[in-house]
Design a protein around this ligand. Structure first.
Ligand code: ATP
Length: 137
């Protein structure tokens, strides 16, 4: 299958830079799959997961907010954080989930509520990708 270069950058490091066969990602308009020769685009990304296909096999990674650019050179992802499931600290994500839920219970500003909601989504996505049971109470 035809491949194209995919680069994933976080503020801290280059998370990934390899040839891939396909990339599936959650944009604010829904799930998008990129194959070689995709038309140039820029799309905002929600907290979610990235699915990468190489040698016929899909891998999934957690991805935080950011944006995707596809141009003639390939696909470029700029995200606040990106982690393979095996690198996710489950206890840290559980603690982040508890903190976010607690902040959402408190009477705070709408802005703080929204930040907590996004933090909760990050924690829940991290736990989901590690196949951890999520408490939906
Ligand atoms: P926390 O409150 O635990 O910092 P967060 O969702 O606010 O969680 P981020 O801002 O998304 O954290 O990420 C900050 C840095 O910490 C990034 O480098 C990210 O990869 C790393 N990180 C955050 N949570 C985890 C985790 N559970 N396991 C591994 N790395 C994590």
């Amino acid at each position: 299958m035809a491949t194209f270069p995919l680069e994933i950058l976080t503020p801290e490091h280059q998370f990934f830079a390899e040839e891939v066969e396909a990339l599936t990602i959650s944009t604010t308009d829904g799930e998008l799959t990129i194959l070689k020769g995709h038309a140039p685009i820029i799309a905002p990304l929600m907290v979610g997961t990235i699915k990468i296909k190489q040698n016929g096999t899909w891998r999934e990674a957690f991805q935080s907010e950011g944006f995707l650019e596809v141009n003639a050179q390939g696909a470029h992802l700029f995200v606040q954080a990106c982690e393979w499931p095996e690198d996710i600290d489950v206890h840290r994500a559980e603690a982040a989930e508890r903190r976010a839920r607690e902040r959402m219970r408190q009477q705070r500003s709408l802005q703080e509520y929204k930040w907590s909601q996004i933090a909760l989504t990050r924690a829940m996505m991290r736990l989901r990708i590690t196949n951890h049971k999520i408490n939906l109470d």
